[in-house]
Design a protein around this ligand. Structure first.
Ligand SMILES: *Cc1c(COP(=O)(O)O)cnc(C)c1O
Length: 376
C-alpha cells in the first residue's frame, strides 16, 4: 500500500509513520479479551515511563476523546468541596481551562498574564498566599497558541509550598520535550496520542499521582463520563476502560510507543529541535517575524506574524502549500494575525527545507514581496 506522505506543520494531529498508520489494520477483537487488556496494562505503564514516573507513585488513566477531555477531567474531578482552582493563564489553552471551570460552575481565579510573557512567580505566590482555599493550580507547559514555554518546575514548587495540587497541560510537550513528573513538581500531566507520540487521534491520557486520585474518590462528582476516579477505579478492578475504548487507535498507539522507545527520548527531542531550528532558518531567510522571544520558545511551535503586504492571503498560501503536501495552520492569538508552524510529528529538517521551497513559490505566485515586509 502506498500512502501519500503529508507534512503536517499544524499543532497536531502530527505526521505519522506508515507503520503506525498500518498498525490500525488488525483482526476484529472485542476489547474485553485478555489479549487487549494485557496490551492496555503495558501501555499505561509505558505512558508513566515516558515522564520517568515511579510506578509505585504514578499511574496513567486512558480516555476516549481529544486532548481537551483531559483538562475537563482533571479540573472537574480533582477539586475538593468548598475549595478553589487557580488558572495561570497566558494563552489560549489555559483560557480553555478557565472556560471549563466556568462551565462546571467551579470557583476559580483566572490569573491572566500577557500572551508573550511567562507568568510572574511573585504574583502567583501572592494569590496563593491570599487565598488559602486554593486546592488546585493549573497551567499549560507549552502554550501551543504562541509556543511560549512556561516555567512549570518553579510554579509547581510554589504550588506545593501552599499544599495545592498542580495539574499541567503537557499536551504539546509530552513525548517530545523531556519531562520528569516528580522533579518537575507535576501532580498530573496529560496528552493525547496524536501529538508527541505521533499516533492517531481519539485517545487521551492523564498521568498522575495515584494517592491523589484515590483521595478524589470523596470529592464531589461533577461528571459521569469524565470522572478521573471512576475510570481509574475501573482500570484497577478490570484492566479495562469503563466504556468502549477506541480499539484500532490503541493498536496504533502501541506501535507508536514502540517507535518512541526505539528512537529514544533524547534523540527524538534533538530531532524536534532540529526541525524547529530549520523552521526558524527558513522564516528568517524569507524575512518573517515571530511573536515570542526566541529564548522563551518551547522549541515546538513558532507563531509567525502576517506580513503587512496587500497581497498576503493566508488562505491562498495555505492552499498552495496544502496541494503540495504541506499543511500550515492559523494562529490563536486574539490581538494579532498570526499563523503557526510546528515541529511535531515524524518529520525532519529536510522536510522543512522542502517546505520552504514551496512556501517561497507560493509567495512568488501571489506577488507577495520577498523578503516579506512589515510596517513596523
Ligand atoms: C492540542 C492541545 C490540546 C487538546 O486539543 P484537542 O483539540 O482537544 O485535541 C490541549 N492543550 C494543549 C496545550 C494542546 O496543544
Amino acid at each position: 500500500m502506498k500512502i501519500r506522505r503529508n507534512i503536517l506543520l499544524n499543532p497536531g494531529p502530527a505526521t505519522t509513520t506508515d507503520t503506525v498508520k498500518l498498525a490500525q489494520v488488525v483482526s476484529d477483537i472485542c476489547p474485553r479479551e485478555k489479549e487487549f487488556v494485557t496490551m492496555m496494562k503495558r501501555m499505561r505503564e509505558d505512558l508513566v515511563r515516558i515522564v520517568h514516573g515511579d510506578m509505585n507513585k504514578y499511574t496513567a488513566v486512558l480516555f476516549c476523546g481529544s486532548g481537551t477531555i483531559n483538562i475537563d477531567i482533571c479540573l472537574n474531578s480533582l477539586l475538593p468541596k468548598g475549595k478553589k482552582i487557580l488558572i495561570i493563564n497566558n494563552g489560549a489553552y489555559s483560557a480553555r481551562a478557565a472556560e471549563i471551570c466556568a462551565y462546571y460552575g467551579l470557583p476559580f481565579i483566572d490569573l491572566k498574564f500577557a500572551v508573550d510573557e511567562q507568568p510572574d512567580l511573585g504574583k502567583i505566590e501572592q494569590i496563593l498566599k491570599e487565598n488559602s482555599d486554593i486546592a488546585l493550580v493549573h497551567t499549560t507547559h507549552n502554550e501551543t497558541g504562541t509556543g511560549i514555554l512556561n516555567p512549570i518546575r518553579e510554579i509547581g514548587a510554589l504550588v506545593h509550598c501552599y499544599n495545592a495540587v498542580f495539574t499541567v497541560d503537557t499536551t504539546s510537550t509530552y513525548a517530545m520535550r523531556p519531562i520528569d513528573i516528580e522533579k518537575d513538581n507535576i501532580d498530573f500531566c496529560m496528552a493525547s496520542a496524536q501529538k508527541g507520540l505521533m499516533a492517531m487521534t481519539g485517545l487521551s491520557f492523564i498521568i498522575g499521582n495515584t494517592e491523589i486520585i484515590k483521595r478524589s474518590a470523596e470529592y464531589p462528582k461533577r461528571s459521569y463520563y469524565c470522572n478521573l476516579y471512576l475510570q481509574y477505579h475501573f482500570f484497577e478492578m478490570t484492566g479495562e476502560m469503563h466504556f468502549t475504548p477506541p480499539v484500532q487507535t490503541i493498536y496504533a498507539a502501541r506501535q507508536a510507543l514502540d517507535e518512541y522507545f526505539a528512537e529514544g527520548e533524547e534523540a527524538k527531542w534533538q530531532r524536534h529541535l532540529s526541525v524547529f531550528e530549520a523552521i526558524h532558518v527558513g522564516l528568517e531567510r524569507l524575512g518573517f517575524q515571530d511573536i515570542i522571544k526566541r529564548e522563551l520558545q518551547a522549541g515546538l511551535v513558532v507563531s509567525v506574524k502576517y506580513p503587512d503586504d496587500v497581497n498576503w492571503d493566508f488562505e491562498k498560501v495555505h492552499d498552495y502549500c496544502y496541494e503540495r503536501g504541506f499543511t500550515i495552520y492559523p494562529g490563536k492569538v486574539s490581538t494579532q494575525n498570526t499563523f503557526r508552524l510546528c515541529a511535531l510529528g515524524a518529520i525532519t529538517a529536510e522536510d522543512i527545507e522542502d517546505f520552504f521551497v514551496v512556501l517561497e513559490e507560493a509567495l512568488r505566485t501571489y506577488n507577495i514581496q520577498i523578503p516579506v515586509c512589515y510596517s513596523k
